[in-house]
Design a protein around this ligand. Structure first.
Ligand code: ARG
Length: 607
């Protein structure tokens, strides 16, 4: 469906033209004075200069003609000093637009993506290290970007891009050697098959890594051994590859469970290790073409450009000790992705501290022609989630907070709120608090601008009032309950299977018919908000700004609240009017549900 703003602008452009002015002056925006009008056009002011007339004369001229040309579209068209054209949409026109949304695919959102492939690289967990809150934002934001893109008809490919090739592997191998020296992986004379069974469980692994990591900070010798083991693993040493496969297997299972609890899924579970086969060829190619050169023993590619505000260091693609680097593996990954998907766009979502890394990787990829010049490469940089002290979020004891513990804390806080004043049995309350807790966490994150730091405030996030996830869910649940009561009343009035009921059934359980023109200011505001839905989804995706979607559903929920407080919906005596209300609030619910689905959470049945 066309956006409502575009429909109004089309009309406005035609009117400017028929008054003898260029159509381009007919731009229309949402009003910045909702007390005066709903939409406005400021084109007369700009046209005044070009046509040497007074703006108000042009505005009067256009307004008078617009009233004649589009009487069905507007309730009022007014020219006001110094030359604004203020518009109010007619109730019938707006109601018909909303009916179009109800009848349309995707509630009126058009598929603008045209099947273009976009790779979203998010999550970025490091294998064998527990998921911590630093990985939370990228997972939540990436999932939302992917869902929005798919909804708009892009072909989004989400890749977790695991950190699975680093020093943590060598640390685990050497720690394991010290703990269980008799394992066949450490017997150089062993020639048989390595065991199928992993030599550790996930809880053992979760214990091995932190122990090894702590040890490496005090024990130089141990650290050197771990580095050596990492190098051997990377060079393909079979026993260590076998351990590595066990580590991967055991951790992946756990990671999938953790991401699953966040309602985050990936199309690809690739990692840095998958890039390794491409690296020798990549280095050779860069060297042969003179793009890479030796500098202080390392191999580097210059990426600086004269327009840079400050000079950027070259990208190191091989260290002097020959070890693989983060940038090199990202370049290898690009080569693989080009071969397999040739995407039109890349979106990487990480912490903002990786800014320089991605500038370097993108520039090398373009300079070497590994990606086409027109391919868009975007790095979405996330701000940090801070504690109330303004520093990166920590546990009460000051350690790094594990994701599962954070989720548990939120769920418990929601559970307490539910139990405060609601009648729900324990089991249902626990189930609901998991659903609401996830909404609290995700909305708390997504309602902030991606690049900004924010404070993780459990009390605020879990509140059922204000700009929070639970408030949005509460609105949905409230509408569901009105709809259920209405359906119940229909059933008692017209017994199942009766001819009267069959006639009344519009296929969706509702009597067939339309949304009625607004009967109050509150109803009109609600309807105007709803009509912006397709515009908001498109903009939120284009600007990669989930917070716009959050802002929209917050305003929509508020508009519903005002409507609800001023309207007797179920007590309305005129049945046709009542059915109109029901259709309207059902559309509110559908739009809210569609938006929260894009944000990556769901609503419970009750709360
Ligand atoms: N594993 C990395 C980290 O924890 C994030 C990976 C991001 N993606 C990428 N292609 N570099 O910081």
């Amino acid at each position: 469906m066309k956006k409502i703003l575009d429909l109004i602008a089309e009309q406005m452009r035609a009117t400017f033209e028929s008054c003898g002015y260029a159509a381009d002056y007919g731009k229309v925006t949402l009003s910045n004075r909702p007390d005066l009008c709903e939409y406005q056009c400021n084109g007369a002011m700009a046209a005044a200069k070009a046509y040497h007339k007074k703006p108000i004369d042009i505005a009067n001229d256009v307004a008078a003609r617009l009233k004649k040309q589009a009487p069905a579209m507007f309730e009022s068209v007014e020219a006001v000093m110094p030359g604004f054209i203020n518009l109010k949409l007619s109730g019938e026109y707006l109601a018909a637009y909303l009916d179009g949304m109800r009848g349309g695919d995707k509630l009126g959102v058009e598929e603008t993506g045209g099947g273009k492939t976009i790779i979203v690289d998010y999550g970025g967990a490091n294998v064998a290290k527990p998921l911590h809150v630093g990985h939370l934002r990228t997972a939540i934001i990436g999932e939302c970007i992917k869902r929005m893109g798919n909804f708009l008809g892009y072909h989004m490919i989400g890749d977790v891009h695991l950190g699975d090739w680093g020093l943590q592997m060598g640390l685990i191998i050497e720690e394991l050697r010290d703990r269980e020296p008799d394992l066949p992986y450490f017997d150089e004379t062993f020639t048989g098959e390595y065991p199928q069974e992993p030599p550790f469980t996930i809880s053992e692994l979760e214990q091995i890594y932190p122990a090894a990591s702590a040890r490496s900070k005090e024990d130089e010798d141990f650290k050197a051994r771990a580095q050596e083991a990492t190098f051997k693993l990377q060079s393909g040493y079979a026993p260590f590859r076998a351990i590595w496969r066990h580590i991967m297997h055991v951790s992946l299972e756990d990671l999938k469970k953790n991401y699953g609890n966040l309602n985050v899924t990936f199309d690809l579970w690739k990692g840095e290790s998958d890039a390794q086969p491409y690296i020798p060829g990549l280095i050779e190619d860069l060297q042969k073409r003179g793009l890479a050169y030796e500098s202080e023993g390392a191999l580097v590619v210059d990426i600086a450009s004269p327009d840079d505000p400050k000079e950027l260091p070259p990208c190191i693609i091989r260290k002097s000790d020959g070890a693989a680097l983060y940038a090199t593996s990202d370049l290898g990954t690009i080569i693989e992705r080009e071969r397999d998907y040739a995407p039109e766009e890349y979106i990487y979502i990480t912490d903002k501290r990786q800014e320089l890394h991605f500038i370097q990787v993108f520039r090398v990829a373009k300079k070497a022609g590994y990606v086409k010049p027109e391919t868009k490469m975007t790095h979405m940089m996330c701000g940090t989630m801070n504690g109330k002290d303004g520093k990166p979020f920590k546990t009460r004891a000051g350690g790094v907070m594990r994701l599962e513990n954070l989720i548990r804390e939120i769920d418990e806080a929601v559970y307490d709120r539910i139990m405060e004043n609601r009648t729900m049995d324990k089991e249902e309350a626990e189930k609901a608090s998991r659903i609401i807790g996830l909404a609290a966490l995700k909305y708390g994150d997504l309602s902030n601008q991606v690049s900004k730091d924010y404070v993780f405030d459990i009390d605020r996030f879990t509140s059922f009032e204000g700009n929070t996830g639970p408030y949005i869910l509460y609105t949905i649940v409230r509408i569901k309950s009105i709809l259920a009561k209405y359906e119940e009343s229909l059933k008692t009035a017209q017994p199942q299977g009766s001819p009267a009921q069959a006639a009344a059934d519009g296929g969706d359980g509702l009597p067939s018919g339309n949304i009625c023109p607004a009967g109050s200011a509150e109803e009109k505001s609600l309807m105007l908000k709803l009509a912006a839905y397709n515009d908001v989804v498109e903009t939120a995706f284009e600007e990669k700004a989930p917070h716009r979607l959050c802002q929209f559903i917050y305003e929509l929920s508020d508009a519903f609240g005002s409507f609800y407080n001023t309207t007797m919906i179920l007590k309305e005596e005129n049945e046709e009017k009542k059915a109109g209300y029901i259709r309207l609030i059902r559309l509110v619910k559908d739009v809210l549900e569609s938006c929260i689905h894009l944000l990556g959470f769901e609503a419970p049945e009750r709360m």
